[in-house]
Design a protein around this ligand. Sequence first.
Ligand code: 5GP
Ligand code: ZN
Length: 118
Amino acid sequence: MNNLASDCLFCRILEKKVPSKKVYEDALCYAFEDINPQAPVHVLVIPKKHISTTLELAEGDNALMGRLFQTANQIARQKGIDQRGFRLVMNTNPEAGQSVYHIHLHVLGGRHMHWPPG
Ligand code: 5GP
Ligand code: ZN
């Protein structure tokens, strides 16, 4: 049994059926450049396991979520934005702006981030 959902864009990216610009990969996570960057650095970090929203996270996913954040930190260091600052965002459901239903951590940086977010 695999963890991929055939109708999911990010699962298709994981299967290499849709091209992406890889930033990082290991056994559990994949990171790639956002196709429509909202900042000079805009990378998406996803689990290789298909999880549609944060509401579907199970107890067994706790370590995986930690790995997503560790990966985001590593990307921030690699891109040279760790000390300046960066923003990690995960949108859940329509009013938050979630458009792809495979959880993804946005790593945004390289410019001043506004608060509150839009
Ligand atoms: P959401 O709106 O769900 O939080 O974020 C989805 C993100 O995926 C958006 O920032 C959007 O630009 C990005 N995205 C959508 N389709 C593609 C794609 O085919 N390739 C890549 N690299 N990013 C995508
Ligand atoms: Zn998926």
